[in-house]
Design a protein around this ligand. Structure first.
Ligand code: FAD
Length: 614
């Protein structure tokens, strides 16, 4: 028995357990209640759903809205758009399924009190771009969370989920999850008939540009710690497109959003000498990716590529031309308000660096890579598609169910379906919630059962870092250096260095190759061994320890996938220097992986991409 296993165990029973109360989780909670009036719906969140997830500090635009009521776009158009942006590779069934339902989600947000801007001339929602509508979104998350709170039987805030529980009566079937309270340290065992993972994406697996005291300033939320990937990976769920990490072009140092600037204010970029540089790179990009460069809009990764090449050619920094647009007082106001809604830090950075965008064109930069399934990228779990339109190879059960029975996902957790954003993630949560209710109702007497031995064993494992610290703390040799444990921050920095140098991070100009990836896998293996010696001095550090565990497993998955796909599919996101071109003949396919936790081995395979929309 471990030193800390005397902590109280709290047992919670539910029909449907939702892990993560962000956009996907709130959607899943809301819709599960709608279809499962008398079911017990429990949502568990490591922060507080009131202000948690990537949308926590608000947004200025909802990036996925068709506008079908005004015949603005059709769901098929959105599938074509996402396919084009992802260089041909998306699960069109999943994307179509979201696009056809997303408008109703946005209408609900408005009903619940979200102020959506209107075009004074047409009375329609104010468009920022073809797919984006503008909102007064500071309170976006609290509004969405209120709907989830009212729908849930119970919401458990401040509980970090560390592992899923498997059914003791049937292999490959989920039966719940365990975690601990980051406030009082109690151990929680959630027994559930179905589980929906909606725990967001992953920042801080690659070394960030901002280090030291600025380390928290990444584009993607620092608290998005890869649980959405690690939890399914641990139990053998199949993952897809984990190599498809995303790199963002954003305002330098504050990572302020550029969408409203490009789309609404009609600003544009130029190099340090005032030249429009994108055209310089057309021929070389064409040689790498062929006709994809001629598509409209130009795929996000290719625009990054042109910027990166221009900087490498010595003509940086790249600047956003704001001086012209900001002469118009209305546009100037919109430009500043854009940050107030979601990235106030950018305004502070500009103020601190004497940048008035009316006088100076601000610099842009590219971020470190992140792993996500809902933005212009599509890493995540391989999920069963909608019954009415998914090809048979994409269907093995209920909609959005992973390859583990009873385990569903939404938002960043589900792979192959990019450009969901906040509204699409909530919509996917609704789709998963509805399917999970059906799954639970169909179970009949065949209910999953939790093994006490399994959760007792996990309890010992979960608190081990506290024990390591308690035992080893008097052996400290200097400052925080200990011969017998490593601190979560040390482990995190080691992880970020490995990923940065071997798997295509910023220091390597996003470039890697087979020998680097193979060495990276070896180094990640050594890091994994050392994780058994993580030391946590308190509950906060215990959370950091488990976030690190999740990040490391997700990173291993990213590395295995990057090694498997022997091509450069998304220049601007990353480069395989040993396979520098897009190769549609061999790689117009999805990559799939499965992790075996007993052997620690990864199985890789390809899956076909079906184009369902012309
Ligand atoms: C910087 C940024 C800007 C964006 N801008 C826009 C925009 O302008 N418009 C737009 O429409 N979309 C935007 N998006 C996209 C949108 O925020 C995401 O698509 C959406 O939040 C994804 O939903 P999700 O539920 O998958 O993840 P999240 O909303 O991030 O929710 C994940 C939740 O899981 C919780 N969690 C994580 N791990 C655990 C664990 N182990 N145990 C318990 N809980 C856990 C987290 O605390 C969090 O609450 C932006 C995203 C980012 C990062």
């Amino acid at each position: 028995m471990g030193l800390f296993t005397r902590r109280k165990t709290v047992l919670v029973d539910s029909d449907i357990l939702i892990i993560g109360g962000g956009m996907g989780g709130c959607g899943a909670t809301y819709e599960s209640r709608y279809w499962g009036r008398d079911l017990k719906i429990v949502c568990v969140e490591k922060a507080n759903i009131e202000r948690s997830g990537a949308v926590a500090q608000g947004l200025y635009a909802i990036n996925c809205y068709m506008g079908m009521q005004w015949n603005e776009n059709r769901p098929e158009d959105h599938v074509r758009y996402a396919r084009n942006d992802l260089m041909g590779l998306v699960r069109e069934d999943l994307g179509y399924d979201i696009a056809r339902h997303v408008d109703s989600t946005v209408h609900k947000f408005e009903e619940w009190g979200l102020p959506i801007m209107r075009d004074p001339k047409t009375g329609r929602y104010q468009r920022e771009g073809k797919w984006q509508i503008m909102i007064h979104g500071e309170s976006y998350k609290p509004i969405v969370a209120e709907a989830a709170r009212k729908a849930a039987t119970e919401v458990y805030n401040r509980i970090m989920v560390t592992h899923l529980l498997m059914d003791k009566t049937k292999p490959n079937r989920v039966a719940g999850a365990v975690g601990f309270s980051v406030r009082n340290g109690n151990f929680y065992v959630f027994r559930a008939k179905a589980v929906i993972v909606a725990a967001g994406g992953a920042s801080h697996i690659f070394k960030p540009r901002a280090v030291g005291e600025g380390m928290g300033r990444t584009w993607y939320a620092p608290w998005s710690s890869a649980s959405a990937y690690a939890l399914p990976i641990q139990v053998g769920a199949t993952m897809t497109q984990m190599e498809n990490r995303i790199v963002l072009t954003r305002f330098k140092d504050g990572y302020g959003p550029v969408g409203a600037y490009f789309l609404h204010l009609k600003t544009y970029t130029q190099n340090a000498y005032g030249q429009d540089y994108e055209a310089f790179w057309y021929d070389s990009i064409k040689k790498m990716v062929g006709d994809y460069v001629d598509r409209h809009p130009v795929p996000t990764c290719l625009r990054n590529h042109a910027l990166l090449e221009e900087v490498k050619a010595g003509r940086g920094p790249i600047r956003m031309v704001t001086k012209e647009a900001f002469q118009d007082p209305h546009k100037e106001t919109v430009g500043w308000e854009n940050f107030l809604g979601m990235t106030i830090g950018q305004a502070v950075v500009w103020a601190s660096q004497n940048i008035d965008p009316k006088e100076i064109n601000p610099e842009l930069t590219t971020s470190e890579p992140y792993v996500m399934g809902s933005h212009a990228t599509c890493s995540g779990a391989w999920a069963s598609g909608p019954e009415d339109c998914a090809p048979s190879e994409y269907q093995w059960g209920y909609n959005r169910m992973m390859t583990v029975a009873g385990l569903f996902g939404a938002g960043d957790a589900i792979g192959g379906s990019a450009h969901k954003f906040s509204s699409g993630s909530f919509t996917e949560g609704r789709i998963a919630g509805k399917a999970a209710v059906k799954y639970v109702n169909d179970l009949g007497k065949d209910q999953p059962q939790v093994s006490e031995a399994e959760y007792e064993d996990l309890k010992r494992i979960v608190y081990k870092p506290l024990e390591n610290y308690e035992i080893g703390r008097n052996e400290i040799v200097a400052g925080t250096v200990s011969p017998s444990y490593i601190l979560p921050i040390h482990g995190l920095q080691r992880l970020e260095k490995i990923m940065d140098e071997y798997v295509g991070g910023i220091s390597a100009n996003y470039t890697t190759n087979e020998p680097l990836l193979s060495r990276g896998i070896e180094l990640l293996g050594m890091l994994k061994e050392d994780l058994a010696h993580l030391g946590a001095e308190d509950l906060h550090q215990l959370q950091r320890a488990w976030e690190l565990e999740h990040r490391v497993l997700a990173s291993e998955s990213v590395t295995q996938h990057t090694l498997f796909r022997a091509e450069t599919r998304w220049p601007g996101y990353y480069y395989r220097a040993d396979h520098p071109k897009l190769d549609d003949e061999d790689w117009h396919c999805f990559t799939l992986s499965r992790y075996d936790r007993k052997s620690g081995k990864w199985e890789m395979e390809k899956a076909p991409v079906y184009h369902l929309i012309d």
